[in-house]
Design a protein around this ligand. Sequence first.
Ligand code: TEU
Length: 571
Amino acid sequence: RRQRKYWQDATVYQIYPASFKDSNGDGMGDLQGIISKLDYIKELGVDVIWVCPMYDSPQVDMGYDISDYESVYPPYGTVHDMEELIEGTHKRGMKIILDLVINHTSDQHAWFKESRSSKESEKRDWYIWRPAKYDADGNRRPPNNWRSEFGGSAWEWDEGSQEYYLHLFEPQQPDLNFENEEARKAIYASAIEFWLERGVDGFRVDTVNMYSKHQEFVDAPIKDETSFFQKAADFYCNGPYMHDYLSEIYAILEKYDAFTVGELPHTPDPAHILRYVSAEAKQLNMVFQFDVVNVGLGPRYKYDSKPYNWALPEFKKALSGTQILIDDNDGWTTAFLENHDQARSITRFVTDKPEFRVQAGKMLAIMLSAFSGTLYLYQGQEIGMVNIPKDWPIEEYKDIDALKYYKFVSERTNGNQAELDAALESLNYFGRDNARTPMQWDDSPHGGFTSGKKPWMRVNDSFHEINVAQQQKDKDSTLAFWKKMLKLRKEYNDVFIHGNYKVHDMESPSTYIFTKSHNGQQVLVLLNFTEKEQEYSVPSEVDGKLELLVSSADSTEGPLKPYEGRLYLVS
Ligand code: TEU
């Protein structure tokens, strides 16, 4: 094994600028709001903050549609505020990483405006333009049948210049053409070097495996008979030049000693993942695998599924895939359950029933803290925030992905109310909006998120019971528990963060029992995912006296209490 890097042992705290803290009462979170909470974050035991896109953007996809990489979305602040944030983070001994969104820009980016201006434009080839196809009846058709990630065609017809352009996400997010070297150099300079020069310590790299598309642009196989558009991830993910592009990016980052965590969707094969994260390959430092957050999703459309439509072994298998990835090789992994694209983990993977949700949150804290890899916490996870209340109407949902799905169901079923209710139920369970409600700071109006009259998105009504101020006063709170777990994780970092993982009850539908071992040191982790007491047996390879390090239910031995997590040191 190589020498350890600081980011391996780090806890990273993810901030969603729109919803973290509003400092000026306009209802939107902002950079000064983040700066005002740096001490809170530091005190939690965090080492690195990750700030989601704060760049200038028309906000079609909450800032993942960037119109200018070198300026800040005005409601969030200015580049000067960013410099202050970077400095404030460093002053407190923390690092800061930004989101790197370069697979696509906004259609309002100057480059795209120029590219679309005419077929002869100097920047035409910076994006992916293709002529129309025509069917037997002479109807215009897109170049192929690829479906975009948010549904509908991945191609948009441009009336002005009479060609289609590719967009793997919304039409307002045209894909850059990485085959064009000039475009690549320009995006590296604007999105990467500009911010490294201002002192950021690395990047979370958005959709990192989509830059290189198979250039034949052939039709994807028809698996969904109900639609012309088909899932095509195999054609636009992990394409032929992916690793060349990542080598170029790595070379830039290396000069600044910056680190990266890539978002790696549609890539289940461990050998394949290793090509991205092995230290020797010099591509990325670690990735987010998607198996865990995909548990229970519909096969054709992700929201075509019902709440809790999965069993515990699936969840354990997915998590285990992140843990065994780094056995006996020089790669690195991540431990996470939440981000701005995912529902709240307590609701999604355990239960948010009022009598159990605190237990559930503490149990997940034990699980995540004992996992190998860099730990990622999403804002609000530390206080056990839960999903949006079930009775919120669709009008409270803001995410383009959710609203498009709802519209799609409405069209598919001619507005059938039962189907629409089912769609809302699914969005309430899986939807991205669950993560995007404002942070719950206290029990004053709007949870103390804003002093203004109306936040950009409604605050989850649970702020009366779940908020930072209340939990700071309570030594048994989820917040206090997370602080304790993050300390333990540092204290026992060899075995928690770098240990070898082994699961002992993969097929059990009720419990999750695993061990971590490192150079003769061992811990045993016992988790009860049910609301009943559960007996367990100590795995045979656990050889020694069990010394309790922590229990989320204050028990020391005997059967596991409902949703209890317990962690023993084997000595
Ligand atoms: O997400 C990319 C991604 O692959 C998904 O998880 C995506 O959220 C899902 O397909 C939606 O159903 C990243 C960002 O995290 C996400 O917020 C952006 O919307 C997306 O890229 C486009 O930039």
